[in-house]
Ligand binder design. Structure first.
Ligand SMILES: [Zn+2]
Ligand SMILES: [Zn+2]
Length: 581
């Protein structure tokens, strides 16, 4: 089994690793199996951008399937190119990632097309040939039919002897830690790929799953050398800024990534307001001004099965955790422009997060000069971006060919990070019950990887392998087949796992109890409303809702019976075993 690091090796972006499995490693049917883990875009400097155009260090047509950790562009951004260059296997990802992926890839294609158009015009004036986009909208669309969603915790076996499971990584909705099993029985080997790991205690999302055993681990180290402020402190600061700006009669402008950060902010703002008696958002309109953020919010709603317990509880009590009084999603550019004509105090959340493109630039133009306004940064601002210049205290900035004075209050909140910090990463490594054979550190600047390697070695005795170049490593020839007469290896299901399964069934039962209560109230209420004369539209809406509810219920009934059948089957096996003895 060979592992080739094809990206996120020299820097943070371009996550891409190729696993080559030979028939000696698994009963694959005689041929090599090539599995790609992520296919991300390189981002940042011009030289990193140039890497995107280079050939893949493998033949895309030879890749059997792709397992995608999550929908961030540095993990999925080169998928359209992979397909364009010959890949035709399945793209496995979680349900939520499957819903977020089209939004991300279409946006990325749009940016590539715009950039190419702009550069081509420039080249034309200089008498140079036009520039081709990295990929087009049509390329992005062509990649989407290969997507094949798998739920968290479900074991999938795309080829004989190769299985995988997605575990929640708590980084963005749908993000997964991938457990990959190669081979069978005593010679089975397990590779774990973290994708990106989230911080514990994030809003809406679960904490990253602890993995107890692995032979090989590929781990991210974005913040391997840093400890960041907690979410709670940043939220408190945000609330203070909102209060202050509201008193001044100004607008709060929040540049935010459209997917993930925006939805988490909405959830947190609402929760904070509820917990503190609604005062914070009283009389304040909150606008999400980004078509991409609106689409992503819809994808979040569709995948509420992945929310954390707290958010699920609120949903079961009948509250939409991504909606609150005063919240509006703008659609047209006209609506967006109208926001800046209305002088009432408000919050505008808009993209892009680093202020390099999108509607946020219009809002900055209209508010940066205003000493009553506040601009609040809630995410990382890369070198060379407008966001970075603002947090570094620029006195004036240029927007749409106009010099704008910076008089608004600029705040930079760092506690909303989507990545685990050094302590979070170390806590995750400590989750292993036995040290893995090899721990590979990727997805970090060199200093961060080295510092984290030292931290891990000191704390656990494990000596990680710092990946610095796009190298290929041999994961061993695979252990020899077990000689005849060797007793089979013991079960890999530990009592704690069984306990966990029982706890989750209990959780489903509790949720159903809550639902039963809500359903009794709601169905009676709606039937009553629809029954009133003259409300034909209301009656139709109630009918549609009833049909949708019934569809979900029918599949729930089927799944419940499947669960019962599986448990019964296990009993049968046990009976057989005891009869045999
Ligand atoms: Zn990510
Ligand atoms: Zn990443």
């Amino acid at each position: 089994m060979k592992l080739h690091f094809c990206g996120a090796a020299e820097s943070v972006t371009g996550s891409c690793h190729l696993l080559r499995i030979s028939p000696a490693d698994a009963p694959t049917g005689g041929a090599d199996v090539n599995i790609l883990l992520d296919c991300g875009q390189f981002q940042g400097s011009a030289s990193q951008d140039a890497q995107n155009y280079e050939p893949f260090p493998f033949d895309p047509a030879e890749v059997d399937f792709l397992i995608l950790s999550h929908a961030h562009i540095d993990h999925c951004g080169r998928i359209p190119l992979l397909v364009k260059r010959g890949f035709s296997g399945r793209i496995f990802c979680t349900d939520a990632t499957a819903d977020l992926l089209p939004i991300m890839l279409r946006d990325s294609a749009h940016i590539h097309e715009m950039e190419a158009e702009w550069k081509s015009k420039k080249n034309e004036r200089a008498g140079k040939p036009p520039v081709q986009p990295l990929y087009t909208m049509a390329d992005a669309e062509a990649a989407l039919p290969y997507v094949s969603p798998v739920l968290y915790g479900q074991l999938a076996e795309p080829v004989p002897g190769v299985k995988f499971v997605f575990n929640d990584a708590g980084h963005i909705l749908g993000s997964a830690i991938i457990e990959l099993f190669v081979g069978e029985g005593a010679s089975e080997k397990k590779l774990v790929f973290t994708g990106d790991l989230g911080a514990a205690g994030r809003p809406l999302l679960n904490d990253p799953t602890t993995i107890k055993r692995a032979d090989y681990v590929i781990m991210e180290t974005t913040y391997g050398d840093r400890v960041h402020e907690g979410n709670e402190e940043s939220l408190k600061s945000l609330a203070d800024i909102i209060e202050k700006t509201k008193k001044r009669g100004g607008a709060v402008i929040i540049p935010s990534f459209a997917v993930g950060r925006t939805q988490e902010l909405l959830y947190e703002l609402d929760k904070y307001a509820q917990d503190t008696g609604r005062g914070l958002l009283e009389g304040l309109a909150v606008y999400v001004d980004s078509p991409m953020a609106s689409a992503a919010t819809e994808a979040f709603r569709e995948n509420s099965q992945d929310f954390d317990e707290e958010a699920k509880r609120r949903m079961l009590a009948g509250d939409d955790p991504l909606d609150f009084p005063g919240l509006a999603f703008t659609k047209s550019t006209e609506e967006s422009k109208a926001l800046n004509l209305d002088p009432a105090p408000k919050i505008i959340i808009s993209a892009s997060g680093m202020c390099e493109a999108g509607r946020i630039r219009h809002h900055l133009k209209h508010h940066l000069w205003d000493p009553k306004a506040s601009i609040v940064f809630v995410g990382y601002q890369a070198e060379g971006t407008l966001g970075r210049r603002l947090i570094e205290g620029a006195q004036t900035v240029k927007l749409f060919d106009e010099e704008i004075a910076v008089r608004a209050e600029i705040c930079n909140l760092q506690g909303f990070s989507a990545h685990a910090d050094r302590d979070g990463l170390l806590a995750w490594v400590r989750g292993f019950k036995a040290p893995p054979e090899a721990l590979f550190l990727v997805h970090g600047e060199e200093a961060s990887k080295r510092a984290f390697a030292a931290t891990v070695e000191e704390a656990t005795g494990i000596r990680p392998f710092v990946v610095e170049r796009m190298v290929e490593v041999d994961l061993g020839e695979g252990p020899p087949a077990a000689p005849a007469g060797t007793p089979p290896a013991g079960s890999k299901v530990d009592p704690e796992d069984a306990e966990d399964l029982a706890r989750r069934i209990g959780g489903v039962k509790d949720n159903l109890d809550d639902l039963l209560y809500a359903a009794r109230m709601r169905i009676a209420e709606e039937a009553d409303r629809a029954g009133r004369a003259g409300d034909a539209e209301g009656a139709r809406a109630a009918e549609e809702k009833y049909a949708a509810l019934k569809n979900v219920l029918v599949s729930l009934e089927k799944d419940t019976m499947q669960l019962a059948r599986q448990l019964a089957e296990k009993d049968k096996d046990a009976d057989k075993a005891s009869v045999g003895e």
